[in-house]
Design a protein around this ligand. Structure first.
Ligand code: NAD
Length: 290
């Protein structure tokens, strides 16, 4: 078993970006600027946004963090987005999800200028991704593609199973893996909560991407020998032995599945850091396109 080390691969992506930003600075070109909007006090969301701001510092990007109260009106949030859309200094905009229940996530996503939609959730970018056109690809599936590329995993012709069909992970992942690209060219099965005999689908897979948010869901009996397993899941479970009171669990029963795999991602230190590296890559792209 070999580790797909997301921390290591993310550092490589960020270092490449840092050098490119330094080069832009020397040549008097614009420095990438990411604006993040965080609504409310969700602990996990605050941690993710802080990690994104830190990655901006590491790579030499400019970042702006806008914090809004949990009870902020949708109108007020949309005003913030409109003003960032119009600000020529800002290259990329991200609104950390999930949003409080009284706000429509879709209306918020639709309000972001597609040219600044570095999360790749706007319908224009989703449509272009499906067509294989130039666009912003959602950060988590893009990060997984970068990870596979970093470790030179040859995915052509593989049977891939993606578990989970969300708009931000599973569905775009299935599209990217099936695309005529490198990595890509897989034969993809997209499984979800209504899939019959999910274990049978997984058992024939050369590559499994688990993105369902059910801790330790993928068991060793569901994985064939030599498979590559990507664990997207992150669930906080209470752990009184930890200083912060919780630990993170993935969707894969890592301890028992790992010995059967040719490649596997750990949690933490797998897909998480790659998601952030991919977001940085999208923001750099937004800036350099101008
Ligand atoms: P989601 O809740 O929006 O979607 C989950 C999907 O899994 C659904 O499509 C559902 O049909 C499917 N599903 C749920 N239970 C199932 C079951 N028992 N069998 C088969 N399919 C089932 O979740 P999401 O936003 O796609 O996130 C999935 C997981 O990935 C979560 O743990 C989330 O925290 C994590 N995540 C991690 C990163 C990262 O950077 N590592 C990024 C995004 C999401």
């Amino acid at each position: 078993m070999k580790l797909l080390d997301g921390k290591l691969a993310a550092e490589a992506v960020k270092e490449e970006l840092r050098l490119q930003v330094a080069d832009r600075a020397v040549n008097g070109k614009k420095i990438p600027h990411l604006a993040a909007i965080l609504v409310g006090n969700n602990g996990a969301s605050a941690t993710y946004v802080a990690a994104k701001v830190k990655a901006c510092e590491q790579t030499g990007f400019i970042s702006t963090l806008i914090r809004l109260e949990e009870n902020v009106s949708q109108h007020r949030l949309l005003e913030s987005i409109h003003s960032l859309n119009q600000d020529p200094a800002v290259d990329g905009i991200l609104v950390q999800l999930p949003l409080p229940k009284h706000i429509s996530e879709q209306e918020v996503i639709d309000a972001i200028d597609p040219q600044k939609d570095v999360d790749g959730f706007h319908p224009v970018n989703v449509g272009k991704m499906v067509q294989g056109a130039d666009c912003f690809v959602p950060a988590t599936p893009l990060g997984i593609m970068l990870l596979l590329a970093h470790y030179k995993i040859d995915t052509a012709g593989l049977n891939a199973v993606v578990i989970g069909r969300s708009n931000i992970v599973g569905r775009p992942m299935s599209i990217l893996l099936s695309a005529n690209s490198l990595p890509g060219n897989c034969t993809v099965t997209l499984c979800h909560s209504r899939t019959k005999d999910l274990a049978a689908h997984c058992k024939q897979a050369d590559l499994i991407v688990a993105a369902l948010g059910q801790p330790l869901f993928l068991k060793k009996e569901m994985v064939k020998d030599g498979a590559t397993v990507i664990d997207v899941g992150i669930t906080r479970v209470e752990d009184t032995t930890k200083k912060n009171g919780f630990r993170l669990l993935g969707d894969v029963d890592y301890e028992n599945v790992a010995p059967k795999c040719s490649w596997i991602t750990p949690v933490p230190g797998g897909v998480g850091p790659m998601t952030i590296a991919a977001l940085m890559k999208n923001t750099f792209l937004a800036c350099s396109r101008k």
